[in-house]
Ligand binder design. Structure first.
Ligand SMILES: NC(=O)c1ccc[n+]([C@@H]2O[C@H](COP(=O)([O-])OP(=O)(O)OC[C@H]3O[C@@H](n4cnc5c(N)ncnc54)[C@H](O)[C@@H]3O)[C@@H](O)[C@H]2O)c1
Ligand SMILES: [Zn+2]
Length: 340
């Protein structure tokens, strides 16, 4: 089969011929239809410090996918050949305290498909049956391929009650855009999204009814005045990983505000913990998706009017991967989906 492989410990990614994965008794084999290129894939492509420490070489990469089951392991029940699927990319163990309590997303043995385990940028991928999510007919293959990052957005946006609240989203990358759309869908009052990239801010306003703010040009306090907000944002969704964004967020929260942190900073940084203490702000880290509550809510919201399709700004053939990765690394405004 064709597969996009991190074949050498240096920048780049290579299309290679690989054997079709063999499956174990509790796995299924998925014929991949579409895949999304993620920021994580770009870290691996660029071979930065994180990638060098994390990714074994050689490895088939990719973790955002949709496809169809073409083989099932002998112990797999309730799944069958021909079903359209996507799946949770975090593979967990079953022996930790968290897993035995049913909190699979807190399992310390979590490994990532396409990061630690063979991935989905290939014609076929092996997935534990436990991780498989069946796709309803209403969710087509290209939406199916972006459920993993949409799940990050849903997990973050639903970390705190945002009904009727004013929400600040920092970072208008694909996940920030979708987080803002989820906040709008579930009934926030004002949803303000910041970035300094005008193309991304414009896309944010096309994806959902949100207020885009270019922090390089506009003053956030003036935007709040314009919206009639007096004290500050009730809930923050940090989706940039930028230290400056967190500083700005903390300075514009209400007393007792709640912040969910998804963005991953490139390196440790200093921030004013005193402000968190005196303003009684809650900070909560978010990793991956809740298994499988996030998936349930995400599919339910997509079936009840949440529309994030405009986040996909480019569709390309997997054979055109070199150009796709070049565009993604250069800061494509939305999501690139590859067809296999
Ligand atoms: N915790 C997890 O499980 C998890 C999973 C996936 C991604 N992530 C992280 O979530 C973040 C969002 O993912 P993405 O793919 O949308 O990322 P992205 O890199 O495409 O988007 C980040 C955006 O933040 C903007 N930005 C930079 N500085 C800013 C500032 N000071 N204020 C406002 N915006 C600023 C950038 O211009 C960019 O548009 C990334 O940091 C990513 O690494 C975390
Ligand atoms: Zn991803």
């Amino acid at each position: 089969m064709r597969a996009l492989v991190k074949a050498k410990p240096e920048p780049g990614i290579w299309m290679e011929e690989r054997p079709i994965p063999e499956i174990g008794p509790e796995d299924v084999l998925v014929k991949v239809h579409k895949t999304g290129i993620c920021g994580t894939d770009i870290h691996i492509y660029k071979w930065d410090d994180w990638a060098q420490k994390t990714v074994p070489v050689p490895l088939v990469t990719g973790h955002e996918y949709s496809g169809e089951i073409v083989a099932v392991g002998e112990d797999v029940k309730n799944l069958s050949i021909g079903q359209r699927v996507s799946g949770e990319g975090h593979v967990v163990g079953m022996t930790s305290r968290a897993s035995r309590a049913g909190k699979f997303h807190l399992d310390p043995e979590t490994r990532g498909i396409g990061v630690n385990l063979p991935g989905a940028f290939a014609e076929f991928v092996r997935i534990p049956a436990f991780n498989i999510i069946r796709l309803p007919d209403t969710i087509d293959d290209e939406l199916g391929a972006i459920l993993d990052p949409l799940g990050n957005a849903v997990h973050t946006a639903l970390a705190f009650d945002i009904v009727g609240e004013d929400v600040l989203v920092t970072g208008a990358g694909p996940i920030g855009l979708m987080g803002a759309a989820v906040a709008r869908h579930v009934g926030a009052r004002h949803v303000v999204i910041t970035d300094m990239n005008p193309d991304r801010l414009q896309l944010a306003a096309e994806v959902a009814d949100v207020v885009p703010v270019n922090i390089a040009k506009e003053n956030l306090r003036e935007v709040m005045d314009r919206l009639g907000m007096k004290e500050g944002f009730d809930v923050g969704l940090e989706m940039s990983g930028a230290p400056a964004a967190l500083d700005q967020m903390i300075d514009h929260m209400v007393m007792g505000g709640r912040i969910a942190l998804l963005g991953v900073p490139a390196r440790p940084f200093i921030f004013d913990l005193g402000k968190i203490v005196f303003r009684m702000i809650t900070l909560r880290g978010i990793y991956g998706r809740e298994m499988f509550e996030t998936w349930h809510k995400m599919l339910a919201m997509l079936e009840s009017g949440l529309d994030v399709r405009k986040v996909i700004t480019r569709r390309m053939s997997a054979d055109n991967y070199a150009e796709a990765f070049r565009l993604a690394a250069a800061g494509e405004k939305g999501k690139i989906v590859l067809e296999w």
